[in-house]
Design a protein around this ligand. Sequence first.
Ligand SMILES: [Zn+2]
Length: 400
Amino acid sequence: MPKHKDRSGGQGHARPPLRREHSQGAAPPLQDAARAAASGSATPQMLTALQHGIGNAAVARMASGEQGKPKARQESPQARANKEFATKVQQKLRERGWVVEGSPATWGRMTAHKVSLPAGADTAGLKSGAAAYKAAPGNVVAPHSYRSEPEKQALRWIASITMKHLNAMRKPPVEVQAALHAGALYIAANTKDANEALKGLADGRTGKEFLDRLIKDNPADQAQLALYTGRVDRHTEKARTRLVGPPTSEYAPVFEALGKPVVVAAAGTDGRHAERRIAELAGETPQYIAGTKRPCVSCYMKLFSGTPDRPGPFWLSGAANQGVEEHESKDVDRLVALIDEEIGNTYATLKWQCVDKCDGEAEAGPGPSKKRRTTPLGSTVDYGSDSDSDTEGTVRTFRA
Ligand SMILES: [Zn+2]
């Protein structure tokens, strides 16, 4: 396994881990890998481990990137400078009340969270994003319906189906975003490999042909992995029933775009965030853009500033901060001032775990369905927006 490089784009498998006390069934490392797979962010090693039933210790080593790492590695001047930069950013952000997770030694995976705690509490003892959101319920967005935004809803279905497909192709995209621009469907992933794969899948096809192919070729990986990826299955089913048939007025702009060749916004260095690729190619932030994760703080500042969108965490990685001049020049004071002044809060999405049955359409609403027994399972920085009727069921069964 290659040594860790900051190619995740600062999203995905480095997200705050779910808390152990919610675990059921399988031992934690395998379970974490399973969760990562369910949310589409598992590394290829995690997926291989899950498929082949590799022991938990091996999975833990893989998940932490330890395997194959040289025992003693000389630190390059660049690595040292990055670590110093990350240490200073961490300190300055903490002084302003941000919760910073991760170590400057692996700075590309560090995240920072800004939450509003109840009066009298402070962030000093909070070491992770998960702890921050647990302490600040107002920063955890409960499910609500997307029905009034059919364009965005359709783009989310398309993004999550594409994400699943790329994962099944062993080209983990980390993130997929889809947009409507100039009457066409735009789509992008974070990684170079995934964008190349996307270009192959698009290859002159119309949006409809592209989507049709993904739906028909829906990888049947759940059984192999003993996973339930309810959200993606629901999205696939909804796209199949609502976007692939005869056009409807509800999704008129989507149908129009699906009739034209799909545009893959592949340009940009490895790790560049998908929404930034799309906006760059489009020359503006498209009116309708959605994906599988919230915009990170840097993308929010670049693309969605002043909108009601709610940003996820700040990622310290270089990939997340391309075009952020204060980061590129390693100007700690200006960078910290910029993000702290621009960002009021960062958000996570509430995740529910179904205890009994979770089949069928989940109901929109701020809590668990009355029909199904569900329990809160912490929060996630996934799910590109404040939806949904589809957080429920995301992690239904991890009982191996
Ligand atoms: Zn971003």
